[in-house]
Design a protein around this ligand. Structure first.
Ligand SMILES: *Cc1c(COP(=O)(O)O)cnc(C)c1O
Length: 323
């Protein structure tokens, strides 16, 4: 058993990433509050540098590398946002980074990673295949693998989002978090439940191939084929071995919900129309769960809006159809 991650690790993370990440705003949404029948606040990681919360975990992991490991460089695999974050932090810290991507990653996300100067390698046709390539390359070149979710430094880094929510909304009753590999929700749940076990933490995934959701239902790690979804940032399995996030999700989550493609599109259009905010599909699932009534809040609730990296043509099309 690995050492458990603690609140202390989250505070350490906050200190080490403070100069790299943005402390994002928590905005009250009158319209969402009215629809949900409870005060709803949006934690805008869509406004984070690189366009997603992934920056927090990547920054903490890379800040904690030894001088020797830094000199050799890092490697990662990502459906987009994590790769972008690793590339950005690498540029900030002067570390060489290789980002491995599957062939089905949207072109705007590939461009976003190259722009920061990381080396991009397209390998494999699914997340799990690409991971196998990256792990092989990591061994031959002696690079450090920066895992997108199942790593104590990454989880603690994502958990800093929870500290900020608690500071800005000490009365928070429910936190709604987009869920894929579970790094974000594990970190947030750890931080918030260290303050009070009564704070409810709810994960939301897309109905198309929600792997962690099925793992939690089954009580063990399962795999399933990927399906195309508007929530492309949430696509992917837990891999062959999982050390942290499955157990943390099992222990810390109060509930999990699924949203349809229509509900995701409606939430993206809602965020654009109502708040003039650009939100990608994966970033909108929490809002979708509130709008559809699949998740309810009994008191003040924070919904984490996790990312904004969406193709603007696609968003315009969705806004035209659902707005
Ligand atoms: C990665 C990601 C998630 C899910 O985070 P996990 O730690 O894998 O659960 C949610 N939203 C966006 C936009 C992401 O990039």
């Amino acid at each position: 058993m690995p050492d458990p991650i603690t609140l202390r690790d989250v505070y350490r993370a906050r200190r080490s990433i403070a100069s790299i990440v943005l402390r994002t705003p928590l905005l009250h949404s009158p319209v969402l509050s009215q629809r949900a029948g409870a005060p709803i606040y949006m934690k805008l990681e869509s406004a984070q540098i690189t366009g997603s919360f992934k920056l927090r975990g990547a920054a903490n992991k890379m800040r904690n590398l030894s001088d020797e490991a830094r000199a050799r460089g890092v490697i990662t695999v990502s459906s987009g946002n994590h790769g972008r974050a690793v590339a950005y932090v690498a540029g900030q810290l002067g570390v060489d980074a290789v980002v491995c991507l599957a062939g089905n990653v949207p072109a705007n996300k590939v461009a976003g990673i190259k722009r920061y100067g990381a080396q991009v390698m397209i390998a494999g046709s699914s997340y799990d295949e690409t991971t196998a390539h990256a792990l092989a390359l990591q061994k031959t070149r002696g690079l450090t693998f920066v895992h997108p979710f199942d790593d104590p430094d990454v989880i603690a880094g994502q958990g800093t989002t929870g500290l900020e929510i608690l500071e800005d909304l000490p009365d928070v009753d429910t936190v709604i978090v987009p869920l894929s590999g579970g790094g974000l929700i594990s970190g947030i749940a750890l931080a918030l439940k260290s303050a009070s076990r009564a704070i409810r933490v709810i994960g939301v995934s897309m109905a198309r191939a929600p792997v962690m959701y099925h793992c939690l239902q089954a009580g063990r790690i399962v795999s399933m084929p990927e399906e195309p979804t508007l929530a492309d940032a949430l696509v992917g399995g837990l891999g062959d071995v999982n050390h942290y996030t499955f157990d943390m999700c099992r222990e810390l989550l109060d509930d999990a919900a699924l949203v349809s493609e229509d509900e995701i599109a409606e939430a993206m259009a809602f965020m654009l129309d109502t708040h003039h905010l650009v939100v990608e599909g994966g970033g909108a699932v929490g809002v979708a769960a509130l709008l559809s009534g699949k998740v309810t809040a009994g008191g003040p609730a924070a919904v984490v809006v996790t990312g904004s990296n969406v193709d603007t043509g696609l968003l315009a099309e969705i806004a035209g159809r659902y707005g």
